[in-house]
Design a protein around this ligand. Sequence first.
Ligand SMILES: [Zn+2]
Length: 321
Amino acid sequence: MILPSRPQNPEAAQRAPAGSVMKTFSMQPGNEALNHVVCTLCGADDAHRWNGSDSLFVQCRRCGLVYQDPQPVRAELLSRYDDDYYSYEIENEAQFFRLMQLGLKDIQFDDIERSLDGERSFLDVGCATGMLIESMKKRGWAEQGVEVCRPAAEHGKQQRGVRIHVGTLEDAGFPDASFDVVHCSHLIEHLNDPRGFVREVRRILTPRGCFLVTTPNTDGFQARLFGKEWRSMIPDHLYLFSRRTLASLLRQEGFAVQREKTWGGLAIGTAPRALKALADKLAKPFGFGDVVMLLTRAVKNDDILPNPHSRSGKVLGVDRN
Ligand SMILES: [Zn+2]
């Protein structure tokens, strides 16, 4: 849906109030309906402003999850993905596709592909104009996309001949065990209900399937270096995960993490080329990249950790290190 390396969109920047800094494409909040939310990871209602008193983001004191509070309601959010967003996706689709390919290579997607005999199905949630699912179709996968931005989805369907549901994953209503791979790149941080989304992914995943999720990394070098100016601290991101908080959410919803990768040391334009190259090279092995990707598989129902929102009040399955 959105990649963190996207350059600034001039139109979006013009909508931003004077003095604000637009790091990546993001709609500027207007008079939207807002809701107070508690931490979706541990259920606590105990958070402090993250990176300054004027930040949109808070951090849970109990588990460390970073999220916006208050948050725009779902209908308001969906209306953000309009024609401007479509223009942006078209302009950058080749670059985003290349980055997704690099991520899949890094996580050894070829091994996953080889391990799946017979017919294979691939779902990309937040598929934009459908470039990734088009490439999967050419590799022999039964492809399916989900995209809330209608013009982007229509473009994919008409220009690429790929299957795309226009709307959210939840309202697509796919049957149980529909897909061998569910992939989402820069999508989960945009959602009001990432827990409900992960739960839905698990329902539609085949027992042999895997779930690949990519999102900005709050434990990355850039987040630490740039603080409130970090390019992922934008209004369209409602949740910002670290490797740890993302893995916790996935584990609570019945997934086991099999592989994880981070990449991206410094963004283009933030450092001399040689320094950027060094930071990029070191980010991967040391796990402080700007983006994190997890490869996960569903575990048996009996092995799912208790929900931290349960009546017992006990918070289990949340790492706090
Ligand atoms: Zn929490």
